[in-house]
Design a protein around this ligand. Structure first.
Ligand code: ADP
Ligand code: MG
Length: 308
């Protein structure tokens, strides 16, 4: 028979968006001193957003963004979705295009049917359409396009913050750029602050670059992070922490998180994550809300006190 306290505890957990697959994990949660979060898809939305823009002299940021959104109209790339969303948020009118082409691993090319922005010195020629490219550093190399001082400085700064940069190229000249960053879940900050207040240390684990990891960790107030960790090494990081006599939880969503979820003292999967992650975890966050990790620890601590 299931002890009464545990039964109550499990149904309370369910009401808090927590699915308990392994009751031992729920009990262990009260003793956790370290919680490791996966970055992409767990602390972040797994999407990117446009966070900054720059142009060469004579070009307007909104005109650049509208042209980029136009060229990206038919692309399925995550970067294209972020650029279209940024144009939508700013209520820009996005011109039509023809002859769209995806340049695998580089960007896109399209002919934009619009009048060119004023101040480009070519009014009158724009109506026939103008061919533009949108893409990253690989595209610039491919086209043999150099950056002017403004865009070069913009790219350096964005790079040091771990952001990707995508350029608008017209007539073999880069005329504007946008910086893209991970979209951090609104709830992540709150979850981490609450865990700190409860005396739990928070770490982040990611395969992403050192620059990206540092930027996200700083934004969220996470003091320890492990960057550029290969999928097969994620569980090693958990073991290293356990060897420091810590009781460790891992929170993750991906296939590559599964070994770490299994290895952790408490494995916590994001409900919308992959089946493999969910099946490797003792606890599942049904609402995909990192704040439910806080509820989990709180509930576990509360029921422990009841049992004494
Ligand atoms: P990944 O899966 O690592 O993003 P891709 O091969 O899809 O790799 O793209 C590599 C790079 O090419 C991107 O980081 C970006 O700089 C550029 N790129 C690819 N597709 C697009 C696009 N639709 N719009 C802008 N840039 C793109
Ligand atoms: Mg992930």
């Amino acid at each position: 028979a299931v002890p009464l306290v545990v039964a109550i505890n499990t149904s309370m957990a369910a009401r808090n968006g927590i699915l308990v697959r392994d009751r031992i994990a729920m009990e262990e949660a009260r003793n956790l001193d370290t919680i490791v979060f996966d970055k992409t898809g767990t602390l972040t939305e797994g999407e990117q957003g446009v966070v900054d823009a720059a142009t060469t002299d004579g070009w307007d940021r909104d005109d650049v963004l509208a042209l980029m959104a136009a060229a990206e109209g038919d692309s399925e790339h995550m970067i294209a979705a972020a650029i279209r969303e940024a144009a939508r948020e700013r209520d820009l009118s996005v011109p039509g295009t023809r002859r769209f082409e995806a340049l695998e691993g580089r960007g896109v090319r399209a002919t934009v049917e619009t009048e060119l922005p004023a101040g480009t010195g070519e009014s009158g020629t724009g109506r026939q359409g103008t061919t533009v490219y949108v893409g990253g550093p690989n595209l610039l190399r491919h086209l043999g396009v150099d950056l002017d001082a403004t865009l070069a400085a913009f790219a350096d700064e964005a790079g040091s913050r771990g952001q990707g940069v995508v350029y608008l190229v017209r007539e073999n000249e880069a005329v504007g750029a946008v910086a893209l960053a991970d979209v951090i879940r609104d709830e992540s900050r709150e979850a981490i602050d609450a865990l700190h207040a409860m005396g739990v240390e928070v770490a982040m684990l990611t395969g992403d670059s050192e620059d990206v990891a540092r930027a996200v960790a700083e934004t969220l107030g996470i003091d320890t992070y492990f960057a550029e960790v290969l999928p097969e090494d994620k569980d090693e990081t958990i073991v290293e922490l356990q060897e420091q006599d810590r009781l460790v939880a891992m929170v993750g969503d991906g296939v590559n998180d599964a070994p770490a979820l299994t290895r952790a003292d408490v494995g916590i999967a994001i409900g919308s994550g992959t089946d493999v992650a969910v099946e490797s975890a003792g606890v599942v966050l049904v609402e995909n809300d990192p704040r439910d990790v806080v509820s989990l620890v709180r509930l576990s601590r509360k029921s422990y006190r009841k049992m004494q």
